[in-house]
Design a protein around this ligand. Structure first.
Ligand code: AP5
Length: 221
């Protein structure tokens, strides 16, 4: 099963994608994570993306379409994938349609999580991850059990994203409303858009996503 998780920055796309990976064996394909890895590695893609991401603008379509196309071709994506952060505008959605058709694949669901802008700012500015294993936390909504120590691997190396400050978050939100929100009528017209209340607690959102996907009876776990 192949799914898009759609929503503004901080809506919980990454959180829910990781839960789907853990609980149902699907594969999270996050363009944001791929771009951050490219920036860290200093690749050509990383050099293009670094300043754009710091501003909260979108990286050029040809760059992200190419990296997602290559990633979908990897063997693990055959188990079913969750697109997290892609597509982000109508041109990317059209490129995805063409790409899936060419690869003989199908999009099963587009799930959008709706969250108020002010709640998003609080979610993002409080977010941090374990620098060792990547487990995600939040100062208020999901703190570590022992302050500064990862619940999963015990590392004390915690990191915050360079674009998780209030100024960049507001710019990312403006980009979302202008560029990404037009995807809602795009997918609604195709009849595979489901809109959920992303303001609900994480486990409740996860249950609602599970209900949507279980309707297909192809969800394991
Ligand atoms: P990307 O990495 O995709 O960032 P984003 O879309 O801004 O989304 P986030 O990762 O910030 O949020 P999320 O929805 O995953 O929320 P999370 O689960 O972490 O993109 C970054 C940049 O890369 C872009 O600005 C752009 O420059 C570039 N880029 C990426 N893709 C691109 C593309 N396709 N085209 C062009 N450019 C691209 O949750 C946030 C926090 O809230 C966490 O701390 C979490 O614990 C907490 N939380 C989650 N759910 C809940 C809940 N239900 N209740 C309370 N707290 C919650």
């Amino acid at each position: 099963m192949n799914v898009i998780l759609l929503g503004p920055p901080g809506a919980g796309k990454g959180t829910q994608a990781k839960l789907l990976e853990e609980r149902h064996g699907m594969v999270q394909l996050s363009t944001g994570d791929m771009l951050r890895a490219a920036v860290k590695a200093g690749t050509d893609v990383g050099k293009i993306a670094e300043d754009i991401m710091k501003r909260g603008d979108l990286v050029p379509n040809d760059v992200v379409v190419s990296i997602i196309s290559d990633r979908i071709d990897q063997p693990d994506a055959k188990r079913g994938f969750i697109l997290d952060g892609f597509p982000r505008n109508v041109a990317q959605a059209e490129a995805l349609d063409a790409m899936l058709e060419k690869k003989g694949l199908k999009l099963d669901h587009v799930i959008q999580m709706e969250v108020d802008d002010e709640a998003l700012v609080e979610r993002i500015t409080g977010r941090f991850t374990c620098g060792n294993c990547g487990a995600g936390y939040h100062d208020r909504f999901k703190p570590t059990k022992v302050a500064g120590v990862c619940d999963v691997c015990g590392s004390t190396e915690m990191v915050r994203r360079a674009d998780d400050n209030e100024t960049t978050v507001r710019s990312r939100l403006a980009t979302y409303h202008k560029e990404t929100a037009p995807l809602l009528p795009y997918y609604k017209k195709r009849g595979n858009l489901v809109q959920l209340n992303g303001m609900a607690p994480m486990d409740q959102v996860a249950e609602e996503i599970k209900t949507v996907l279980a309707a297909d009876q192809r969800l394991s776990g």
